[in-house]
Write a new protein. Structure first.
Length: 235
């Protein structure tokens, strides 16, 4: 069943199989896009990250790559209804072979990839949900390899993942010519273990990575921190 949400004036369509969570908002904010940027979002699903980016000062051009046809249909519907066809381009293809997507073209590539390795509980999910959360159709190296092909020299990969996969991400980035430059742990509350990390890497960059202070989603009062609230409330 389809339904829609209003994100500060941007209407987005979702379904039972194609939804979004806090991690999408965190990554879209972490991407740090400007109006002059050309952006590509891999594993875009219903297009949530490109659409979040369009709430204020949207990038010049955004491609969103997704293999699931029903997700791309939702994305296309959102793009049409928001009048964004001049700058947002949904593409239905396998990211391992991104047809009709220019190579060495993008300033920024974002990706919220499957978090879990194949064989770690996907049998409890629908086929579509399992593919979104587990490395069934693509893995970490696939998304980083494609990111390197799409980024121009000096371009930036912005990616989120669970801490269990941090070593896999860093190894894959370096193997594909993307140097990790910044890492931000995400916690629910200060003092708790990170449940997510945000990492930035530069194509052709020199070695040297900064670990920034952790990002807390909730404060001691159980409400969103001011920083998290700003991410949700931007207008």
């Amino acid at each position: 069943m389809q339904e829609s949400f209003d994100l500060n004036g941007i209407k987005i369509y979702v379904s039972d199989d194609h939804r979004f969570g806090t991690d999408a908002f965190l990554l879209a904010d972490y991407a740090g896009v400007y109006s002059s940027h050309k952006v590509c979002d891999l594993c875009t699903g219903c297009g949530i990250i490109p659409l979040i980016m369009c709430r204020k000062d949207p990038p010049k051009e955004i491609y969103g790559i997704e293999i699931m046809e029903d997700a791309v249909e939702l994305f296309n519907k959102s793009v049409r209804e928001n009048g964004l066809s001049d700058r947002v381009r949904p593409v239905c293809c396998d990211l391992k072979d991104p047809v009709n997507v220019p190579k060495e073209y993008f300033d920024i590539v974002t990706v919220n990839p499957p978090y879990w390795k194949k064989g770690s509980g996907e049998e409890r999910l629908s086929e579509t949900q399992a593919a979104a959360r587990h490395e069934i159709l693509c893995d970490i190296n696939d998304v980083v390899k494609t990111s390197a092909r799409l980024l121009k020299y000096g371009g930036t990969l912005k990616l989120c993942q669970i801490p269990l996969r941090l070593a896999d991400v860093i190894c894959s980035m370096r193997a594909n010519g993307i140097e990790p430059k910044s890492l931000t742990p995400v916690v629910n509350r200060i003092g708790e273990k990170p449940w997510l990390f945000l990492i930035s890497g530069k194509k052709g960059g020199r070695s040297g990575m900064e670990i920034t202070p952790e990002f807390a989603v909730y404060g001691e009062d159980g409400k969103y921190t001011e920083r998290m609230q700003k991410i949700y409330d931007i207008s």
